[in-house]
Design a protein around this ligand. Structure first.
Ligand code: ZN
Length: 110
């Protein structure tokens, strides 16, 4: 497939300080053909976030959601309950109405 995590990593920035993440800090939580969920702890501002990356006709679109779950917590959280329907619905409804790119998304702090 042409959209491995390696291709997505350059898209991913901290939603708070816009710093690019060190790829080694990115924790892959779930991945399927169309959606990837990552957990990232920013070393610059200390904020943890979940990043949803969805693939559509216009290419990859990503957005971040702040979380207070740490890296270890989020692993067990996702291990116990794979991406919930609510998560998927939230991501879907957001992406459906969103027309910008990842940069605009993060600038709007959405
Ligand atoms: Zn940051």
């Amino acid at each position: 497939m042409g959209h491995s995590l390696e291709n997505l990593k350059p898209l991913i920035r901290c939603p708070v300080c816009q710093k690019k993440y060190d790829p080694s800090k990115v924790v892959l939580l779930s991945e399927d053909d169309r959606k990837t969920v990552l957990h990232i702890a920013c070393e610059s501002c200390g904020i943890s976030s979940l990043v949803f990356v969805s693939l559509g006709k216009m290419g990859a679109v990503s957005f971040g959601m702040l979380t207070d779950l740490g890296r270890d917590e989020v692993r067990s959280f996702y291990g116990g309950e794979p991406v919930s329907a609510d998560d998927a619905l939230a991501a879907h409804s957001f992406l459906k109405g969103f027309r910008g790119g990842a940069k605009e998304c993060f600038e709007n702090k959405c």
